[in-house]
Design a protein. Sequence first.
Length: 196
Amino acid sequence: MNCNNPKKRLAIFASGSGTNTEAIIKYFENSEDICVASIFSNNTDAYVLTRARNHYIPAFTFNRNDLYKTNKVMNLLLEQKADYIVLAGFLWLIPPHILNNYKNRIINIHPALLPDYGGKGMYGDKVYQKVWENGESETGISIHLVNEKYDEGKILFQATTPIDREDTPELIASKVHELEHQYYPRIIEQFVRSNV
């Protein structure tokens, strides 16, 4: 991926397979002013690292110690000249030293309509299961800024999808994923451009 200046450079943090990361990479592939410059993962086996290789994007892995007790991750972000951090299925809290360096420049997506179904331990399948158990008539996505608490940053955008009575948690998940892939790249673009 071509990331030459004066493009705004995104660093994506992901822990898993990286379907949102893939959608974001493809969305910005031919963008004139925004690019995915690097991918960071706390999981050395994450499929998102293969996606990074397939797109020739530099990828970095780190552990808890690297993130919370040292400046290793922060230094890599600076080396990669990251302008924004995008969380795409990343499950750890961002530490204060990175939050302070990237104030209002870290964005996350949550697979429910916050403030409902947010907070520590609420991610992925756990969210869809709870939404299903509670018999909700709709769910959706929330795209928000990241602060020092799980899912409590300022909400930038929400989109909803109806839930039918016969929907399983798996069906709810696929409806939510559709919304994620449809809206997350676009909202990232709007967010970055409005900050320029």
